[in-house]
Design a protein around this ligand. Structure first.
Ligand code: HPA
Length: 266
């Protein structure tokens, strides 16, 4: 960790980010539009590079709405074969850089009747069904407890702020529970029916590892999903990555506007 922090601090000098954002599918543009300093993951000691198409792989520092922000333009996923510890390392780096609040964004399949493709959904809680936990292994007592509480990962006050911002901007915002699978395969109809009956509203392949680690080390988390598709297809229609990307592209202006306004009020 020390070499990572020393390397980044050398590049950013006295820039001290207070807000971290992990940009999911479609939101990556935010880091093109607001970019004061960019560092490629490839150059940062102990970082892994991103391989999924459409994910750039840069740590971008910028002032947005008067707040100092660090963005991950492209995230690494468990399904790429990286360990849970590897994919959540950047969250610990953000903590060490002084970040206090973390906005996690993603694309997710809509499961419950509450959400439809094109909706934005605030994550109120999650269900970790990835079959792994990023806190497995020796605990670093300087970061957090061995058995950390997870009763309110997605902070109610941040959810309230996001809801007020959405109202002001005229953006409709849903609320719901995010279910995480490891991927990379999408769910079968039987799995979706199980996920639905167990109370989740959306399903995806990211966010939960980062949320667990962020909460563990004392970062306040806000989670927003872009519902990119209906996960519960009943008429035999197929789901493709292209459909997910097409929806996130269609929704990105609304998503960016919301995030920029939320940052202003955090
Ligand atoms: N399932 C899992 N992950 C996803 C989906 C989905 O339907 N859509 C976007 N990410």
């Amino acid at each position: 960790m020390r070499d990572t922090i020393e390397f980044i601090k050398e590049k950013i000098k006295d820039f001290e980010p207070e807000i971290g954002i992990i940009l999911g599918s479609g939101l990556g543009e935010l880091a093109d539009e607001y970019c004061d300093i960019a560092i490629s993951y490839n150059d940062i000691p102990n970082f892994i590079k991103s391989t999924v198409q459409g994910h750039k792989g840069r740590l971008v520092f910028a002032e947005i709405s008067g707040k100092k922000v660090v963005m991950m333009q492209g995230r690494n996923h468990y399904y790429e074969g990286h360990s849970m510890q590897e994919i959540t390392y950047p969250v610990k780096v953000m903590k060490n850089l002084g970040v206090k609040k973390l906005i996690l964004t993603n694309a997710a399949g809509g499961v419950s009747d509450k959400v439809q493709a094109g909706d934005l959904m605030l994550i109120t809680d999650h269900i970790n069904f990835m079959g792994a936990n990023p806190l497995v292994g020796k605990n670093d007592d300087t970061l957090g407890e061995r058995f950390p509480d997870m009763t309110e990962i997605y902070k109610k006050d941040l959810i309230g702020i996001a809801q007020n911002c959405a109202k002001e901007c005229g953006i409709e915002l849903k609320k719901g529970i995010y279910w995480a699978n490891s991927g990379p395969s999408y769910e079968t109809p039987a799995e979706i029916s199980m996920i639905k009956s167990l109370g989740a509203d959306a399903v995806g392949m990211s966010t939960v590892p980062e949320a667990i680690v962020a909460n563990y080390c004392g970062l306040k988390v806000l989670g927003i999903s872009c519902i990119s598709n209906s996960a519960s297809k009943t008429g035999g229609e197929k789901l493709s990555h292209e459909e997910v990307i097409a929806t996130t592209n269609r929704v990105k202006e609304k998503f960016k506007k919301l995030v920029v306004n939320v940052i202003k009020n955090l």
